[in-house]
Design a protein around this ligand. Structure first.
Ligand code: ADP
Length: 169
């Protein structure tokens, strides 16, 4: 066979310390999937310069959602939230890059779409807090927990992005 030739040598082969990159758990909720917004939402994170580390479609169940929303389980609206979140499959994503947790929240917009600026995902694609399209981790600590909850270890992949040297100093 043909010998494998590595094409991974970057234009600037200057060695530099590996950046400690954070990850965020971003989830497209059942309404976002049913409305065909998966591609648009993925594109926004790709175009910003973030790197996909995990991606899958999943039908969530009550037990999983009770862990994910453990701080909301006692709220009066929790049964309605549960019904919404199990009404169809969700798209689970782990996105990696500089400040992706805080930036992800900015890109999503506010919990209430009315408070979300145009240009954000919620500010562009939805009208109701009950059908607000997407979830994003609110802290690095919660992001790590949520990624571990929604993904198996082998489903989150460490890999080099060919664009990295053009996005980061
Ligand atoms: P976020 O998703 O913006 O982090 P929360 O974690 O507070 O917001 O709430 C989780 C989800 O529960 C929201 O995205 C929304 O779908 C729903 N939700 C939260 N608060 C309310 C509310 N007051 N009325 C209706 N739905 C709510």
């Amino acid at each position: 066979g043909v010998a494998h030739v590595s094409a991974t040598t970057a234009p600037s082969a200057v060695s530099r310390p590996t950046m400690a990159m954070e990850r965020s758990y971003i989830m497209i909720k059942p309404d976002g999937v049913q409305r065909g917004l998966v591609g648009k939402i993925i594109t926004r994170f790709e175009e910003r310069g973030y790197k996909l580390a995990g991606l899958k479609l999943k039908q969530a169940d009550e037990a999983l959602l009770k862990k994910h929303y453990k701080d909301l389980v006692d709220k009066p609206f929790f049964p309605k939230l549960l019904a919404y979140m199990i009404s169809g499959p969700v798209v689970c994503m782990a996105w990696e890059g500089k400040d992706v947790v805080a930036m992800g929240r900015k890109m999503l917009g506010e919990t209430n779409p009315l408070a979300s600026a145009p240009g954000t995902i919620r500010g562009d694609f939805c009208l109701e807090v009950w059908r607000n399209i997407c979830h994003g981790s609110d802290s690095v600590e919660n992001a790590d927990k949520e990624i571990a909850l929604w993904f198996g270890e082998a489903e989150v992949v460490d890999h080099e992005s060919a664009m990295q040297d053009w996005i980061y100093e």
